[in-house]
Design a binder for this molecule. Structure first.
Ligand SMILES: [Zn+2]
Length: 253
């Protein structure tokens, strides 16, 4: 079992420890840094646990922090052997008041770094409504064509899906795949090539059914995996080995 996207440092220390214990049987977990302080915390957790790896970057909601010093810092951390991805980056027109300009600058920096190091780039794409972030991300992707990237917590936007398929994206599915109202997202998950699917939690956010309303942690990714297996009409064990292999091809763990 693999959780390809979580934030173990967003939890209280004892909660992080419990989450790590509950996921000891996992092949791999990727914990994602979002700013300089959190990048270091994510990396420290990865260094202390053989089954945990880290991504370092700058979240679009922290885009204003971009500076030459920050770039040098992320570049330095990204060379660490426990780092297996850059991000999360992307465009957010939902949570944040960060300017579009700042978000694009942060994205461009992380794109160049990922390309240089041969690491996958992790995208966060979130809109208020109307899909502005999805439309702009699709356009950016067509222009830049990153060699390896993940659309994390993919929401099912048709235009972004089309571009993602054309460019060989990995599509990350989290707890929302299990929510009753998300029939459209399940239809999307039913259509994508099996080789493009990843399972994630985005813990401590987005808990799957039947854990909604509580804090999420990596071990709960099994509920999303089970839903994905059900959607594709495959045994859970087979879906687990498919998504583990996809994660291994994407992140090298
Ligand atoms: Zn995240």
């Amino acid at each position: 079992m693999t959780d390809t996207h979580c934030h173990l440092d967003f939890m209280e220390p004892d909660e992080t420890q419990a989450a790590i214990e509950a996921s000891r049987d996992f092949r791999a977990i990727l914990t994602i840094g979002t700013n300089p302080v959190r990048n270091r915390k994510a990396l420290a957790i990865a260094e202390a646990n053989p089954h945990i790896w880290a991504a370092v970057g700058l979240h679009p909601t922290d885009a204003h922090l971009l500076s030459p010093e920050l770039e040098a810092d992320v570049r330095h951390l990204a060379g660490h052997p426990r780092v297996r991805a850059i991000g999360e980056t992307g465009l957010d027109f939902y949570w944040t008041h960060e300017s579009s300009d700042a978000q694009y600058k942060a994205l461009d920096f992380q794109y160049r770094l990922a390309q240089t190091l041969g690491l996958p780039l992790i995208f966060h794409v979130r809109s208020q409504d109307g899909g502005r972030a999805e439309v702009e991300t699709a356009a950016w992707l067509m222009q830049h064509r990153p060699s390896r990237f993940v659309l994390h917590a993919f929401g099912g936007h048709p235009g972004l899906m089309e571009v993602g398929l054309e460019l060989g994206a990995y599509f990350g599915f989290a707890g929302p795949l299990t929510y009753k109202k998300n029939a459209g997202l399940r239809e999307v998950a039913a259509q994508l090539p099996l080789s493009r699917l990843l399972v994630e939690t985005d813990a401590p956010f987005l808990p799957p059914e039947p854990h909604r309303g509580r804090r999420n942690h990596p071990a709960l990714s099994r509920f999303t995996l089970a839903k994905l297996a059900e959607i594709r009409g495959l045994p859970v064990e087979q879906m687990e080995s498919i998504t583990d292999q996809n994660a291994q091809e994407c992140f090298g763990f």
